[in-house]
Write a protein that binds this ligand. Structure first.
Ligand code: SF4
Length: 338
C-alpha cells in the first residue's frame, strides 16, 4: 500500500472509504484500476466487494425464475444471441400459452423465488405480444404470489405506461456492452435505443433491470465504461452475463472469460454499484464452475436465476438453493420486495 499524508493511492483503500463507508460507487477510472489488479489482490478485492454488498444490500439473496413467452426467430442481429433469426443457430420459434406461463410462475415460486420474468425474443412488443403478456400478467398476479417482471425489448412510452399499469414491477433491458463497443456486436439497433428504453422504464415507474454481457471481445477499459454507463441509469438490478458462445452465432468461436477475470469483473461492478441487486445471469456455470460460483456469491453477487436460462441449460434449482444454505445466505422474502 502506498500512503502519504493520510491520502492513499491504493484503489482498495480508496474504495473502502468511498464505497463501503460512504456508499458512493467507483467511477470509470477507478473501476478500471480494480479490473487491472493482479491475481494476488483478487482475494482482497472480492472480500471488499462482499462487505459492500452486505453493508448496502444486506445478507439476503434475491431468487428469480425466467420463462420465454416467445423463443427464437428474432429479427435483430445481436451477435451473441442464438435467438436471432439471422444466424444458423439451432433455436426454433416457439410461443407459450397463458396456462403454460402460469404453470411456470407457480413452479418458480415453489423454489422460494420472488421474481418471475417473462421474456420474448423480439425487437420490441407488437399488439399481439402486449395482449398475450397482459393476459399472462393478470392471470399470474391472480394465482401466484410472485413479482412479475418482463423483458420484451425496445418500448414506446405508451407501452412502458401500459406495462406499469398492469402491475409489472420490474423491466429488463440490457445495455449489453459499452457504448463504444456496441456497434461490433449489434447493427440492427443502436446503443442509444437501448439507453432510451431504460430511461422510459424508470420514468413509467417500473424498477429498471439493466445489465450486460462480459467476454464479447471488449477491452477491460470498455468493461469499466459499461459499469459507469449502467451506474448512470441508477438501475435497481444489474444482471451480469458471461458469454456462453453459441454455435452458429458470430461469437460462437470466442473463448470463455477466464475465472479470475470474471470474478474481478463481478467485484469491480459491485464497487461501481453498491446498492444494486447484482445478479448472476447466463454463462456462470461454464465460466466459473461450482467453486467460482461460490466465490462470486462471496464477492458482490446478491441475486441468482434458478433453473434454465433462455437458450441454454442452467443447473437444477436445488443445487443453487443448497449453495445458499451452505453459505448461510437467506433468500429474500416476497413481503420485503412488494
Ligand atoms: S438479444 Fe434480444 S433483440 Fe437481440 S437477437 Fe437476441 S432476442 Fe433478439
Amino acid at each position: 500500500m502506498a500512503e502519504g499524508a493520510g491520502v492513499t493511492d491504493d484503489i482498495l483503500d480508496q474504495a473502502r472509504g468511498q464505497v463501503l463507508e460512504d456508499g458512493r460507487g467507483l467511477d470509470t477510472r477507478q473501476v478500471l484500476r480494480c479490473l487491472q489488479l493482479p491475481d494476488e489482490r483478487l482475494g482482497d478485492l472480492l472480500s471488499l466487494a462482499h462487505e459492500v454488498r452486505v453493508r448496502w444490500c444486506g445478507p439476503e439473496v434475491e431468487v428469480e425464475g425466467i420463462v420465454s413467452v416467445k423463443t427464437g426467430g428474432c429479427p435483430e442481429d445481436c451477435h451473441f444471441c442464438s435467438q436471432s433469426g439471422r444466424f444458423e443457430s439451432p433455436v426454433r420459434s416457439v410461443w407459450l400459452d397463458i396456462a403454460e406461463l402460469v404453470a411456470a410462475a407457480r413452479e418458480t415460486a415453489a423454489t422460494g423465488a420472488t421474481e418471475f420474468c417473462i421474456v420474448a425474443a423480439v425487437r420490441g412488443p407488437d399488439e399481439r405480444l402486449m395482449a398475450q403478456v397482459g393476459a399472462a400478467v393478470r392471470a399470474i398476479t391472480a394465482e401466484v404470489a410472485v413479482n412479475v417482471a418482463c423483458s420484451l425489448g425496445i418500448l414506446t412510452a405508451d407501452q412502458a405506461a401500459e406495462l406499469a399499469a398492469l402491475g409489472v414491477h420490474r423491466y429488463n433491458h440490457n445495455l449489453e456492452t459499452a457504448r463504444s463497443y456496441f456497434g461490433h456486436v449489434v447493427t440492427t439497433h443502436g446503443w442509444e435505443d437501448r439507453y432510451a428504453t431504460c430511461e422510459l422504464i424508470s420514468a413509467a415507474g417500473m424498477e429498471l433491470c439493466c445489465g450486460g454481457i462480459i467476454g464479447m471481445g471488449e477491452t477491460v477499459q470498455q468493461r469499466a465504461e459499461l459499469a459507469a454507463e449502467l451506474a448512470s441509469l441508477g438501475p435497481d438490478e444489474v444482471p451480469l452475463n458471461f458469454l456462453n458462445p453459441r454455435p452458429g452465432t458470430p461469437l460462437g468461436d470466442r473463448p470463455l472469460v477466464a475465472g479470475p477475470e470474471a470474478l474481478r469483473t463481478i467485484a469491480a461492478f459491485r464497487l461501481a454499484l453498491p446498492r444494486t441487486v447484482l445478479r448472476y445471469a447466463g454463462g456462470r456455470e461454464l465460466t466459473l464452475g461450482d467453486l467460482g460460483t461460490e466465490a462470486g456469491m462471496l464477492g458482490g453477487i446478491n441475486a441468482i436465476i434458478v433453473g434454465n436460462y433462455l437458450t441454454t441449460l442452467g443447473r437444477p434449482a436445488h443445487q443453487d438453493l443448497d449453495m445458499l444454505n451452505r453459505l448461510q445466505m437467506p433468500i429474500k422474502a416476497l413481503s420485503a420486495t412488494l
